[in-house]
Design a protein. Structure first.
Length: 365
């Protein structure tokens, strides 16, 4: 059984660097730049859920690892025998710990709650994605739902670290990439040491293949920036916001392999001249069309309509846009997207026209 190429590990860290640059304006500042997505997402958190303070995220990082060990203990064999799996995990934990600890003591970023100078990267998120990737590596061939469930818990951990005011968004993005990359590094080293020894002969490792002729259901977690278009005088007067952040969930249900319906719920922190913030919520549905090409790329166009609400005003929201997805692994993808969004909240107020640029990550089955 051959190890997957080391190029995949390098690609993961390249994606991490690009994502952090996009979120924090290219700098691990203390605190992040005022107009960065880091700062805008935290302003959204502070206005939408200022009292959020729950500690389940101290335990969720370990859940995928506990599931993996439980399955192994019960005799449900995965990719590796005990000895090889434990060596792979040891290399993974060691590399993750060294990278995270080293960066925390080097960057010394202040946490959002002002408590400590060790915010970047998020150790909880790195641990969660590390254990999820361990479960994925060992049991992906048994069922994709082991991978999906593990990464869903890891994503919950990352989002919760932001909601609990303990980390900036770029801390979480870096932690996720470090956790995933550390496991690929650990398994790469172990595969070089053990070669074909101590592998479960009954386990068939799935090959990386995306079939565009099959209907794929998709769930995505998305983040982005809203740029308010035009109306400079009204923005300067504080009638319209100047910019905003965006966070949300999206589900896609195919009708045929390339065409389907979608639903989305988002929350945005709309920031006015002077720094005040109002929360904008949208709930919409629509249709999409996908075009798969180059084996691992997928172009998408989408139109949606639905409800919008801000400052106790209810209105309508129309949006349309395009996206480009990269199939990163079996059942997983990342997507860059751009959308035009037009929102009307009352007959007396002008339309808010925004251009949204963002990234999403999700799983499909």
């Amino acid at each position: 059984m051959k190890a997957r190429p080391m190029k995949k590990l390098l690609f993961i860290y390249l994606c991490m660097a690009l994502m952090i640059a996009g979120i924090s304006d290219g700098k691990a500042q203390t605190p992040p730049a005022r107009h960065s997505l880091d700062a805008d997402i935290m302003m959204l958190r502070n206005t939408a859920v200022p009292g959020f303070n729950y500690h389940y995220d101290d335990y969720t990082p370990f859940a995928p690892g506990i599931v993996m060990l439980g399955l192994k203990t019960c005799g449900y064999d995965g990719r590796s025998e005990w000895s090889r799996m434990l060596v792979s995990d040891a290399f993974s934990v060691a590399s993750m710990a060294v990278i995270v600890t080293g960066m925390k003591h080097t960057v010394k970023r202040l946490r959002p709650d002002g408590s400590e100078y060790n915010s970047f990267p998020s150790r909880h998120t790195a641990t969660a994605f590390m254990t999820a990737t361990m479960l994925h590596k060992e049991y992906e061939g048994r069922s994709p739902w082991f991978s999906i469930g593990g990464y869903a818990l890891a994503a919950l951990t990352g989002v919760s670290r932001v909601l609990n005011n303990r980390h900036w968004l770029s801390d979480v993005a870096a932690g996720a990439a470090i956790g995933i990359g550390s496991v690929h590094l650990g398994y790469f080293i172990t595969d070089k040491i053990f070669k074909d020894k101590h592998l479960n002969p009954a386990y068939e490792e799935p090959s990386f293949y995306y079939d565009p002729t099959v209907r794929h259901y998709t769930a995505e977690l998305l983040f982005g920036r809203r740029f308010v278009i035009g109306a400079e005088e009204r923005k300067d007067m504080g009638i319209l916001p100047q910019r905003g952040s965006l966070a949300g969930l999206q589900v896609e249900v195919p009708v045929i392999p390339s065409l389907g319906v979608c639903a989305r719920a988002t929350a945005s922190g709309m920031i006015y001249n002077g720094g005040t913030c109002s929360d904008l919520y949208t709930l919409g549905a629509g249709g999409y069309w996908n075009l798969h090409f180059a084996k691992i790329l997928e172009f998408q166009t989408k139109v949606m309509a639905g409800w919008a609400g801000m400052n106790r005003n209810n209105g309508i929201d129309f949006s349309g846009g395009i996206g480009l997805s990269l199939i990163t692994d079996n059942n997983f993808k990342v997507k860059a997207f751009g959308e035009f969004d037009s929102i009307s909240l009352s007959d007396r107020e002008p339309w808010i026209n925004t251009f949204v640029v963002g990234l999403s990550t999700g799983f499909f089955w």
